[in-house]
Design a protein around this ligand. Structure first.
Ligand SMILES: [Mg+2]
Length: 441
């Protein structure tokens, strides 16, 4: 197929209120996986452990490695299957180095060994190549990282059910009412979670436990990697105030620059400012929030996943496609995306009434269009027909890099309120005939 298919489900937030009614001391953990992408790679290439490895750049090129192996060991009778079974035996010198890299690729993750050379996330690969030319460069494999992401999160919710997702490699966990969650300020439970994740996946994480999300997020960084940090309210002055303002999740580079302009570098210096002064210079809501944050106050509850609000499928093409010249290919992909979204909806038991498309052009500009229908559907033909209408509302004279289909405004299948005006059959055209990737008009 030669293309990546991504699926996404967006969830509405449900707020967890366990702490409000609890007489227990609120204990919130922030768990952050250590160098997550790189660690997932080292699980299959253990021979790279301890070496500088960076993840980033283009698509996986396992075939390159396979080709090298075949050339070096022609008697080895290498099949793809044998290759995949022997990833851990590929000699280190076979892996591509970052040396001489040219291009605009960016690092997503660097191993701790690579970080000692000053390499970090979001750094350009060309710059990293100058800092540490011998670093090994591996392409990203999101499918694999998502697999491990689901695995570690399900281990956590088995132990501590109130968890807020914060992306592929981090979560907040409410320890307050979990057995052991109060012992040693949360350290006992944190240790159990760390060990359970490691035993099941071989991956390490760092955990900060604190009175709230704001401080827990800072605390998880204190002892990386594979560390646990416990912060109590009384530790604010000694542990939090010496930190740079930028360590507060919510103080970005711009706000930080402005704070520095006023001579405010640490959280302690921020805490020392009068709230009205902060409001005067940073606005009513942000200024007030800065004051609260500096004093370690944060009442935000955990938001746990509940009902999905939309489901989507999208595909990035190997080469940019044109609506006219590549019409057959685009049309087939489009049909498949609709079928996949329909299958996702049916498998999970949902129907939706807002159907939309997303297109990204060769210049990376993205457009979306959607349309609501009467009633709800999880039918592939119906989805394709409405999505096809949406396609007619975008510029199809330009080359297309990505195509996506989304169904939103979801309800549990069979619970949809009865539509007064059911979908009008007369407007329907069999989708085989619908002119979806129509010409240049
Ligand atoms: Mg991480």
């Amino acid at each position: 197929m030669g293309e990546e298919v991504a699926l996404a489900t967006r969830y509405a937030s449900r707020v967890s209120e366990t702490a409000a009614s609890s007489p227990l001391i609120r204990r919130i953990a922030h768990l952050d996986m250590d160098a997550f992408y790189a660690s997932c790679e080292l699980l299959r290439y253990p021979q790279l452990k301890g070496l500088p490895v960076v993840i980033g750049g283009g698509r996986r090129k396992e075939d390159d490695l396979l080709g090298k192996l075949q050339a070096a060991y022609p008697e080895g009778d290498w099949t793809l299957e044998r290759f995949v079974e022997n990833l851990d035996r590929i000699p280190v010198e076979f892996f591509p180095r970052i040396e001489g890299y040219t291009g605009r690729g960016v690092i997503t993750t660097a191993t701790y060994a690579a970080r000692q050379f000053g390499i970090g996330s979001a750094m350009g690969l060309m710059k990293a190549a100058k800092l540490c030319p011998q670093a090994i460069l591996l392409p990203v494999d999101f499918e694999r990282y998502r697999h491990f992401s689901r695995a570690f999160k399900s281990i956590i919710t088995d132990i501590a059910p109130v968890m807020q997702d914060r992306g592929v490699d981090e979560v907040y966990i409410d320890f307050t009412e979990v057995p052991g969650g109060q012992r040693e300020g949360g350290r006992v439970l944190a240790r159990l979670i760390q060990k359970s994740i490691f035993d099941a996946t071989g991956l390490t994480c760092s955990i900060g436990v604190a009175p709230n999300k704001l401080i827990a997020k800072m605390a998880s960084e204190f002892n990386k990697p594979n560390g646990i940090s416990i912060v109590h309210e009384a530790d604010l002055q000694s542990l939090i105030w010496p930190l740079a303002c930028r360590k507060i999740n919510g103080v970005g580079p711009k706000a930080d620059e402005k704070l520095k302009g006023f001579g405010i570098h640490t959280i302690g210096e921020l805490a020392a400012r009068e709230p009205h002064w902060l409001v005067e210079h940073f606005g009513k809501s942000y200024g007030a929030w800065l004051h609260e944050a500096a004093w370690g106050r944060d009442e935000r509850p955990l938001e746990t996943e509940s009902e999905p609000v939309s489901m989507s499928r999208e595909t990035t093409f190997d080469r940019d496609l044109h609506a006219v010249r590549d019409r057959a290919e685009l049309s087939a992909v489009f049909t498949r995306l609709c079928e996949q979204v329909a299958a996702d909806l049916q498998r999970k038991g949902y129907e939706g009434r807002t159907i939309g498309i997303k297109i990204r052009y060769d210049n990376f500009q993205a457009v979306t269009r959607d349309q609501s229908i009467d009633g709800y559907t999880h039918d592939a033909q119906r989805i394709r027909q409405v999505a096809g209408q949406c396609l007619k509302r975008v510029d199809l004279s330009r080359r297309i890099r990505l195509l996506g289909v989304r169904v939103g405004t979801l309800v549990k299948a069979g619970t949809a309120p009865h539509a007064d005006k059911p979908y009008i059959a007369a407007e329907e055209t069999p989708y085989e005939q619908a002119d979806l990737f129509f010409t240049d008009d």
